[in-house]
Design a protein around this ligand. Structure first.
Ligand SMILES: [Zn+2]
Length: 420
C-alpha cells in the first residue's frame, strides 16, 4: 500500500460523519496506467468509500491518497473530445460577456482549450496547471502559464505581477483538491472586489439519481451538492449568484459566485436545484441505503445482460477514462477477457489499466488484435465513457465489415448493432 490517510472527521469543517457510507471494492488508482502488463497486475489498491458530514453535508472520500501520486502523471487532455471543446467555447462566450476585455485565470487549465477560446474573445489569459505535460501543451494557447498547484506562494506571485483579477475559473478541478477550503480562499484572494469565480464540478445529484458509481474514484475527493456549497462559499466571502445544471460528465453544475460583502438573494434556479436535492434526500444520509440497495440490483442486471451474450463473444472496449477502472474493478469485467480498449489519447496508448491489466490501444492496434478471428465470431464493444455516446458511435472503428454490438452498461443497459 502507498501513502494515504483515512479521514476520521470532515475535511472541510471537522464535523462527524454519518454512520452509513457507500463502500465500493478496494480499487487501484484510476489514472495510474502502467507501461507493462506485469506491472499493472500488481498495482496498489486503496479503499474506496464515500461518507457524508453530519454538519456541513459535504459528501467526500474517506481515504485520501497522496496528491503527489494521484496527479503527477495526469494525462487527461480535455481537448481530445469534441464535446468538451464545444462546451468550453460556449463557456468562453459567457465569461467574455461578464468581464469584457478583462483578465482571467484558469485553475487546472489542462491542455489550454478554454484559455485559447477566452483569448479569442479578447480576454487576458493566465493558466495554472500542475501537470508538466499539460502545461507545455497549453503554453501557446494563453498569455501566461504557471506550471504549479495554486498555492499561497503562487497566489502572491500572480498578484504582484498581474494585480487583482476580474475572474477565476476552474473546471472539473475543485472535486480533486484535498484542501478545498485553502483552494477557495486562494481564489478569493486573487479576485478584485466584485470579481467573479466560476467553476464546474460533477453534481452529486446526478450520481445519486442515476447511480453513477463509476464516477467514484480516488482522484474525485469531493461530491458536490448546492446544499453543502452554498454555506461553504458564504463562509469565505463569496456570494452565490447563479447555478446552472449542465450535461458534462453525465451531470454537472456550473457555479457562478462573486467576491462581495453584500448578500444576494437566492435565485429561482438555485431554489429549484436545492428543492431537487432535498427530494433526492441529500440533506442527510437518507440517500445512502437506497443507493447501496440499487448497486446490488445493478450488479445483477449487468451480469444478466452479459450472460445473454454468446459464450464465445470477443469483447473489447472504447474509451479509457478514469471511470472505466472503477467499473471494471467493481463488476469484475476481467472475466470477459477484454482484448483491449481503444483510446484516442496517444499518451494513454500502449499502457495497461491497473490490476485488470487490460491494454489501452489505438484503433489500428485493436484491429490487428481481433481481425484474425473468424467472421462468425460475435464481437462486442463496451463504451466506457457512456456520457459521450453519440460522439463515440461515430468514432467506432470498422471491423473489416464484421458486425458488432456497441454496449453501454450505465446509466442503464443499452446496445446498438454497428456494421460499418
Ligand atoms: Zn463538514
Amino acid at each position: 500500500m502507498g501513502n494515504f490517510r483515512k479521514l476520521q472527521k470532515c475535511r472541510l469543517c471537522s464535523g462527524e460523519f454519518y454512520k452509513t457510507s457507500v463502500k465500493l471494492l478496494d480499487s487501484p488508482l484510476a489514472n495510474e496506467l502502467y507501461p507493462s502488463r506485469e506491472q499493472s497486475l500488481v498495482a496498489d489498491t486503496f479503499a474506496l468509500e464515500i461518507v457524508m458530514c453530519t454538519d456541513c453535508k459535504h459528501i467526500q472520500l474517506r481515504h485520501i491518497v497522496d496528491p503527489g501520486r494521484l496527479f503527477s502523471d495526469y494525462i487527461y487532455a480535455s481537448g481530445t473530445s469534441a464535446t468538451f471543446k464545444n462546451h468550453f467555447y460556449k463557456l468562453a462566450e459567457k465569461i467574455a460577456d461578464l468581464i469584457p476585455g478583462g483578465i482571467a485565470l484558469e485553475v487546472g487549465s489542462n491542455d489550454g482549450t478554454l484559455l485559447e477560446a477566452l483569448r479569442d474573445h479578447g480576454i487576458v489569459t493566465i493558466g495554472v496547471e500542475p501537470s508538466e505535460y499539460l502545461a507545455k501543451m497549453s503554453q501557446s494557447k494563453c498569455d501566461f502559464i504557471y506550471h504549479d498547484f495554486l498555492n499561497e506562494t503562487l497566489c502572491r506571485e500572480i498578484l504582484e505581477k498581474h494585480g487583482p483579477l476580474d475572474l477565476v475559473v476552474g473546471n472539473n478541478v475543485f472535486a480533486h483538491i484535498d484542501d478545498l477550503m485553502a483552494a477557495f480562499k486562494n481564489v478569493t484572494e486573487l479576485l478584485k472586489t466584485d470579481g467573479y469565480f466560476v467553476f464546474e464540478v460533477a453534481h452529486v445529484l446526478s450520481l445519486v439519481q442515476n447511480h453513477l458509481f463509476d464516477t467514484i474514484y480516488h482522484e474525485h475527493m469531493s461530491y458536490h451538492s448546492v446544499t453543502s456549497l452554498k454555506p461553504l462559499l458564504s463562509k469565505i466571502g463569496l456570494n452565490l449568484i447563479e447555478v446552472e445544471e449542465i450535461e458534462t460528465h453525465g451531470g454537472s453544475i456550473r457555479v457562478i459566485c462573486q467576491k462581495s460583502s453584500t448578500k444576494s438573494t437566492t435565485s429561482d434556479t438555485i431554489k429549484n436545484i436545492l428543492a431537487k436535492e432535498s427530494f433526492a434526500k441529500l440533506e442527510s444520509d437518507d440517500w445512502i441505503p437506497e443507493f447501496n440497495d440499487y448497486m446490488k440490483v445493478l450488479l445483477q442486471k449487468t451480469n444478466a445482460a452479459i450472460s445473454d451474450f454468446p459464450g464465445n463473444t470477443i469483447w473489447f472496449g472504447y474509451g479509457a477514462p478514469a471511470k472505466a477502472v472503477t467499473f471494471i474493478n467493481e463488476f469484475n469485467l476481467v472475466s470477459l477477457n477484454i482484448r483491449g480498449i481503444i483510446d484516442d489519447n496517444p499518451e494513454k496508448q500502449e499502457k495497461f489499466l491497473p490490476v485488470s491489466g487490460i491494454g489501452v490501444v489505438s484503433k489500428d492496434q485493436l484491429l490487428k488484435e481481433i481481425v484474425g478471428y473468424p467472421s462468425k465470431s460475435e464481437f462486442a464493444c463496451i463504451i466506457f465513457p457512456w456520457n459521450l455516446s453519440e460522439e463515440i458511435v461515430e468514432k467506432l472503428p470498422s471491423l473489416d465489415g464484421k458486425t458488432f454490438r456497441a454496449v453501454w452498461f450505465l446509466p442503464t443497459f443499452k446496445e446498438r448493432r454497428i456494421n460499418k
